[in-house]
Ligand binder design. Sequence first.
Ligand SMILES: Cc1cc2nc3c(=O)[nH]c(=O)nc-3n(C[C@H](O)[C@H](O)[C@H](O)COP(=O)(O)OP(=O)(O)OC[C@H]3O[C@@H](n4cnc5c(N)ncnc54)[C@H](O)[C@@H]3O)c2cc1C
Length: 434
Amino acid sequence: MSATEQTIEGHEQRRVLVIGAGGAGLAAALEASRAGASVTILEAAKQVGGATVRAGGVIYTVEMHMQNEAGVTDTVDELYAYYMTISHYRLEPQKMGVEFPPKGLYIAGLETRPRGHKASGDTAGLGPAGGAAIVAALLRAECSVLLRAKNGATSGIETEDGEEIKADAVVLAADGFGASSDMLARFYSNASVHGDWHWYIGPSENRGDGLEMGLAAGGMVVNENAGVLMETPNCSSVVDAFTPPWLVFVNNCGHRFVNEMASYCVLGNVIGAQPNGRCWAIFDEYALTVATEDPVFTDPSPTAKIVKADTLKGLATAITIAPDGLVATFESWNEDVKKGYDSTFEKPPTMLLPVSKTPFYAVELGPAIIGMTFAGLRIDDKARVLNSAGRPIAGLYAAGELAGGLIGWIYSGGGVSIGMQLHSVVSRAMVLPV
Ligand SMILES: Cc1cc2nc3c(=O)[nH]c(=O)nc-3n(C[C@H](O)[C@H](O)[C@H](O)COP(=O)(O)OP(=O)(O)OC[C@H]3O[C@@H](n4cnc5c(N)ncnc54)[C@H](O)[C@@H]3O)c2cc1C
C-alpha cells in the first residue's frame, strides 16, 4: 500500500492503523474514517469486541435527553466536581469537557449529496462485495512492535508474522493488562498480591501489548496500581462479587469495617486496605438455613472453603483472627439487630440477620477479581501519547482502557469506561496535517 492516497478533494489521505477492535478501537476507527482517513484495524482475537463486547453496556454520561425525560436534574459541572473530588484532584482536567458541536449533527435521510462510501480493495478471498474489504481489515493480526521513523515519529507497526504495515498515525486501543500476571505485578500490585486467587473477567488477549508498545516508543505510564477489584471467596471462576447483603464482614481484628452493601466500585479496595488485604464473611446456622431456602442466595460454589465452629471464639481461633474482637463485634451486632438499627454503618434494617445460632461459619474473601486496569499511557487532550518530558510522540495515539489518567484511582460508577471510549478526541488530531 502507498503511504498516502489521494482523496476526491485532492488532499493527501492520511493512513491510520488502529490496534485492537474493541470499543475504543472501533470508535477511533469510525471517527478517523469519518474525518477522511484510510483506516486499517488489527485485532488479535478471533472475534472483534474485546472487553467491550462482554460489558454490561452501561455508559456514564450527563445532560443527555434520557436524564431530562426521567426528570433527573444533572449537569456537566456537577459531574466534573464529583469526578475530580473522588479522584482527589490527581487527574489532568484538560481531558474533561469533550464538546459535541452542532456541526457534528447529521441529516438522517433525503440527503441532497451522496453519502454512501463503497469499500474496495483487498478482500482476502472473502468475496467480491465491498463489505468483504471491510471485514478483511478486521482479520486476525497480533501487533507487537511499533515502527519508528528516523525522526522518532511512529511510522507503522510490525505484526507477529513480521509483516510491516506503514501508517501516518497509529492508535493503540488494545485495552489494559488484566490477563497478564507479569504486567499486573509491574503496574497493579494490589491485584497481583493475591497470587493464584486473582483472575480477570475480560478476554485473554488483553495482556498489555499496547502498553508495552507505547512504552517502547517512549511513552510513560500514569495511574499505576489502580483498577476495579472485586471480592471473591475464590471458589470458582464466577463473578461472585455481589455477596448476600446480610453477611457480616470482619477483618483480622474481628471488627466490622464497611457497610457490606457498599458499591463494587469501592468494596474491593476497602477490603484490600485491611490487614493482610483480606476479610472474613461471618454468618450462623440461621442465615445458612434462610439462604438455602431462598433461591436468590443459593450458592452453587463448593463448601470446602467454609470454616465452621461451635462458638465465635472457636471460629476466631480456627481462622486466626482476634477472638475478643470477634465476640465483642457480635455482641454489639446482635443488639443492633434486635433494635433494627445498624449503629455502625446503617445497613438497612431488612438486611440485619442475627449471628447467634450455633454453629457459626466463616468464609475468607479477597479482592482478587480484576474487572479493569487503570494504569496506562499518558495522553493529552488530543489522545496523543506523551513522552516522559510531556511532549507528544508524533503519530502515536492511545484510547480506551489502555489510556491512563482518564478514570483516576476510583471507579466512580458503572459505565465510566465505555463513556470514556466513546468520546471522540482521537480522530481530529490524527487527520490534521503534521
Ligand atoms: C465483563 C465486563 C463487563 C463490563 N461492563 C462495563 C459496563 O457496563 N460499562 C463500562 O463502562 N465498562 C464496563 N466494563 C469495562 C469496559 O468494558 C472496558 O474497560 C472497555 O470495554 C475497554 O475497551 P477497550 O476498547 O479499551 O478494550 P477492548 O474492548 O478489550 O478491546 C481491546 C482489543 O484489543 C485486542 N488486542 C489486544 N492485544 C492486541 C494486539 N497485540 N494486537 C491486536 N489486537 C490486540 C483485544 O483482542 C481486544 O479485542 C466491563 C468489562 C468486562 C470485562
